[in-house]
Design a protein around this ligand. Sequence first.
Ligand code: PLP
Length: 398
Amino acid sequence: MLNSLQAVRSQPLSLLQPYGLPTYQTAADAISDYQGDDQIYALYPRKVARAARTFVNGFPGNVLYAVKANPHPSLLQILWDEGVRRFDVASIREIKLLRNLLPQAELFLMHPIKSRKTIAFAYNSGVRNMAFDHADELQKILDCTYEAEDLHLHLRLALPKFRETSEVAMPLKGKFGAEGEEAVALLRAARRRVGKLGLCFHVGSQCLSPKRYEFALSYARELVEASGVQIDSIDVGGGFPVAYPDMPIAPMDSYFEAIARSLAANGFDDLDVLGEPGRALCAEGGSTLVRVELRKGEDLYLNDGTYGSLFDAGQFAWKFPVKLHRSRPPAPCANTIGFRFFGPTCDSADTMTGPFHLPADICEGDWIEVQNLGAYGQTLATEFNGFYSDHMVAILED
Ligand SMILES: Cc1ncc(COP(=O)(O)O)c(C=O)c1O
């Protein structure tokens, strides 16, 4: 076990990169070893492994990792090593990535609207599970697979308004899904034409109440009853939350219990049950280490921002957990104040209002670890204005 930077440095090169990345015991070690000028992306393999175990052992069905949340090969490998065998992909590039890295993985193309090329490529790459939410998409899938008999198609439902709308931090509505009579007609039409048929939905990302899954499952039951057809599978989608400041969450077990209860109550427990967590498998396993370039009062100008890995901090004003790293004296003072962040680009939209609570004497040259960014963080980063980073490290500390 490597337990200090000295110990890490004294190992042969192959052991230096057990995750295919430069590996350090702590984030502070990674910062003090860094000679570059950009932000540093940190992967915490043990945190990713722990999240994977929570789902593999606790979720009442099969776990599909939603690759979009973070497609880094090292992270995908950790999930595989912990028993995740199924992956939700959306594009030809994601299919190629998985086929090259984890050829045994079962891939599910759960994007409801795909190009004909993507459908054909997926089928020829062994993908049999695909989502649809419209009669034309169903026909497209059938055309592009020559009406293959081994398809397993999943009708994506649009969920009706749930009374406690505030209980999901990032509602995913209005774009995908069939509702009501349209869904019933699609179920009947698809049942006649495909080998295996299921329902899927997404309750919204960062779902703060297990009740939404129960609501969605009883809605799915109503539609199945109305259609008079039998289904083979039910997919409860993603949406499982992660704790952020000001957003406390219920234990993950309470989600699993609510889903298991509701599956049984709605007569779905004999079906093939699937879930597609993205955020909950990888958010806590990733951080961005950013440097303070200038302080103006309570505003900190950083080398990463909303065009980098901090999109959600800007666009949705999410307050990610933050931690100061200062290696030189004086030690940071104990009292904290709330800061606003600005990213490095010239665009004034590159603003993150926070407030982010950090030691009151923070100054130029200090590093801040912005935590819980393993999902939809580095993945969303652009190269706008020439600000981006290729530097990613693994941190062994838990
Ligand atoms: C089809 C599908 N499945 C799963 C997910 C993962 O959702 P989350 O990260 O909220 O768990 C998404 C996210 O957008 C999605 O579109």
